[in-house]
Design a protein around this ligand. Structure first.
Ligand SMILES: Nc1ncnc2c1ncn2[C@@H]1O[C@H](COP(=O)(O)OP(=O)(O)O)[C@@H](O)[C@H]1O
Ligand SMILES: [Mg+2]
Length: 239
């Protein structure tokens, strides 16, 4: 079976798209599924930092610029099931490669036979042109539990569905039970008209994971947020 491709999306920045992409990809690979994580957020690429991975030789930019073969820009670590195709942090305005992302589908098609899952961290925007480039891509929408965030997520979901793109579900990130007026899962499900709504609790351990450069699901697997992400990973391997 070719890899299931999941593009992690949100209409806004700062909601937890990269945190979710990194930890979901890592958790899925820990479930014995061969997983490739691609950092396709060329403007603000931070995925490699979550793995404490700096100083790598080749990145997605080099592949898109045809400076190297894609195989040279894919890295692995202790878990052979997990592979990473990073992007490089560049100075603002330096990275004018977005137009070259159009080639990404050809690369993904080539890689699909080698993986069970390909998870892609994308840039925040309503611009669904990126996911449209990728054949048979599924989307996972990330939101926060406030009404404005959910309204934007609903608009994104409708836009994706209008374009006949599959929406796997919504992840509400940074859920905090001590904040009593946050949107509940039920309220969100009703408003969004979406079947799969998952939550990730707000958790200070997320910052520690970033600091030590080890994804939360590995550095603090018993933390609230890690447990929530591992649960989502399990569900995603079933649908
Ligand atoms: N569940 C969580 N609990 C606490 N902080 C979180 C959580 N998820 C993300 N964060 C923090 O929120 C900020 C934005 O997350 P990030 O994943 O970079 O968002 P995005 O990729 O959508 O811009 C980061 O500082 C991150 O550490
Ligand atoms: Mg991000």
């Amino acid at each position: 079976m070719p890899a299931k491709v999941i593009v992690v999306m949100s209409p806004k920045g700062g909601v937890g798209k990269t945190t979710t992409s990194v930890n979901l990809a890592t958790a899925i690979s820990e479930l014995n599924k061969k997983t490739l994580l691609i950092d396709a957020n060329l403007e603000t690429p931070h995925v490699a930092i979550y793995y404490g991975f700096v100083g790598f030789k080749y990145s997605l930019e080099d592949v898109l610029n045809e400076r190297t073969k894609i195989e040279n820009a894919i890295y692995t670590g202790d878990n052979p099931n997990f592979h990473l195709l990073p992007s490089r942090v560049t100075k603002r305005g330096e990275n004018k490669l977005s137009h070259k992302l159009i080639q990404i589908n050809a690369y993904i098609e080539k890689l699909k036979g080698r993986y069970d899952f390909i998870i892609i961290d994308s840039r925040p925007s309503y611009d669904i042109d990126f996911i449209k480039l990728i054949k048979d891509a599924n989307s996972l929408i990330i939101s926060n539990p406030d009404i404005t965030s959910i309204i934007e997520a609903k608009k994104l979901k409708e836009e994706l569905e209008d374009a006949n793109l599959n929406v796997l579900g919504l992840v509400i990130n940074k859920v905090n039970s001590r904040i009593k007026d946050q949107m509940t899962e039920k309220e969100t499900r009703d408003l969004m008209e979406i079947k799969n709504v998952w939550k990730i609790r707000e958790d200070n351990k997320v910052y520690n994971a970033l600091k030590v450069g080890i994804p939360l699901v590995l550095s603090s697997p018993k933390s609230f947020a890690a447990k929530d992400i591992i649960n989502i990973a399990k569900q995603l391997t079933k649908i």
